[in-house]
Write a protein that binds this ligand. Structure first.
Ligand code: GBH
Length: 472
């Protein structure tokens, strides 16, 4: 990886590509979930999305126009290996699509940052053996898929991310049942699943699969890591029990994956205490494989939460460390956190970004690449396009977060190597369909016309000014 500060925008295959049954692509668990009644708020799917499969050249031109020197995107496993498995055939047209995309980026001076897995597991593997619930088979198939990607694209891709947010695959996919494969103990959500055990089994498989793919890549010359989601956990007040609760919540969220990879090769002790035998244990070999299996910390960050302790024993399906999340502080209204976005879980809190950057860097000591950060303006989808383009709250969001990034780097000494905003385009926001718009570029879904919003210009200018200063 170059020493230049990387900056750009991110997308993910299922959220933008569309063309789900074109040129030999196999189905993924997300195609399947979208067919389940009531799973997606607006009844939509990623079958068209932003049609990036056909419009990738236009998108690369846009990325260039917005001044980015890097672009983060993910590969669709089932486009490359339609049935997913190590003994299943590779689809040359899928490989061709990504070759074209990568070539187009490089021809325009943009460094590709490639995620292997952003949640869209080949459906055939879910059906064959339960997907991530089967550590041995899923690891073997993921490593084979990684090998195929490294060998076809590795000559040009020097920056890899194995998994995007294993927390989401585990918790949203196998506990809450709101993401694919949609498993949960809640029988109104899913006929199958066990929220008390499955998320922890899946999390373990993901760690082992990630580390095994990294082990394979170690003979190559590029860099490889993982992207973890984590929002800041602020104690609700300064009582001892709430301070401890916030720390525990942070560890359940971030350290679940980060401690094994960057710190100890094992899960944090507060998780073992609460979950007991439901949390898998690392074998000696696994521990060795997992510890140190990431060259950088890929940080996806959006918001902050206020954390209160919960008394009494934790529920069987608790995954947060037996705490209560709230947005309202001890003084009642107004809420202690800032602007309420289109997503219930996301309030603007730029100070929390700085705190989490410091917390992560202190605990893990590896350079950070911010691989996602962004916000959907409330009600943007209901506005006429001229108004949507004037996205003041998103400009404020990026201004605040970028200022705090700079403070963390300059005042607190946190090593940050890149900043990637979510997202290049408005796109398919998973279970929330097309309602939240996270793009810095507006997409008219009837014509697929792309138009940069004010925030896109803001970010472009921010990094231009940085570069000018550096050159002085
Ligand atoms: C990222 O996840 C994803 O990587 C990206 O694909 C996505 O489009 C983007 O953020 C915006 O959402 O408990 O069900 O109310 C962000 C992390 C973690 C945010 C779980 C939502 C709780 C939702 N996500 N979180 S829920």
């Amino acid at each position: 990886m170059t020493s230049t500060f990387l900056h750009g925008f991110a997308t993910a295959s299922y959220q933008v590509e569309g063309s789900v049954d074109v040129d030999g692509r196999g189905s993924s668990v997300w195609d399947d979930l979208c067919n389940r009644e009531g799973a997606i708020v607006d009844g939509s799917s990623g079958s068209e999305a932003t049609d990036t499969y056909h419009r990738y050249k236009e998108d690369v031109a846009l990325i260039k126009e917005l001044g980015a020197n890097s672009h983060r995107f993910s590969l669709s496993w089932s486009r490359i290996i339609p049935l997913g498995g190590a003994d299943d055939p590779v689809n040359p047209l899928g490989v061709q699509f990504y070759n074209n995309f990568i070539d187009e980026l490089i021809a325009n001076g943009i460094e590709p940052m490639v995620t292997l897995f952003h949640w869209d597991l080949p459906l055939a593997l879910q059906k064959r053996y339960g997907g991530w619930l089967d550590k041995e088979q899923a690891t073997r198939d993921f490593v084979n898929y990684a090998r195929v990607c490294f060998s076809h694209f590795g000559d040009r891709v020097k920056l890899w991310i194995t998994l995007n947010e294993p927390f989401c695959t585990s918790i949203l996919g196998h506990s809450l049942g709101v993401h694919a494969p949609g498993r949960s103990s809640d029988r109104t959500k899913s006929p199958e699943g066990d929220s008390a055990t499955e998320p922890w089994i899946v999390g373990h498989s993901l760690l082992v699969a990630h580390a095994s793919a990294v082990d394979l890549y170690r003979r190559e010359e590029g860099e490889i890591g993982i992207s973890l989601n984590g929002d800041w956990c602020e104690p609700w007040d300064d009582s001892e029990e709430n301070i401890a609760a916030a720390q525990r919540a942070q560890e359940f969220w971030v350290s679940w994956f980060a401690d094994p990879i960057y710190l100890t090769g094992d899960y944090p002790s507060c998780m073992r205490e609460q979950l007991g035998d439901r949390l898998p244990t690392f074998s000696k070999e696994e521990k060795k494989l997992v510890l140190g299996s990431s060259d950088f910390y890929g940080m996806n960050h959006y918001t902050s939460n206020l954390i209160k302790n919960k008394s009494g024993p934790a529920a069987a399906d608790d995954y947060q460390g037996n705490v209560e999340y709230t947005t309202v502080g001890p003084n009642g209204n107004p809420p202690a956190l800032g602007y309420q976005s289109q997503c219930g879980w996301l309030q603007t809190a730029p100070w929390g970004f700085r705190k989490l950057l410091v917390w992560i860097y202190k605990r893990y000591g590896v350079p950070i690449i911010v691989t996602e950060n962004g916000m959907p303006v409330r009600g943007e989808g209901d506005l006429p396009i001229e108004q949507a383009l004037n996205d003041g709250p998103r400009v404020d969001f990026f201004k605040g977060y970028l200022e705090n990034l700079e403070l963390a780097m300059k005042e607190d000494g946190v090593a940050v190597r890149g900043y990637i905003a979510w997202s290049l385009l408005d796109n398919f926001e998973w279970a929330e369909g097309y309602i939240p718009r996270f793009g810095v570029v507006y997409v008219d879904y009837t014509t697929q016309k792309r138009t940069p919003k004010r925030s896109a210009h803001f970010i472009k200018q921010w990094f231009e000014e940085k570069q000018e200063k550096e050159q002085q």
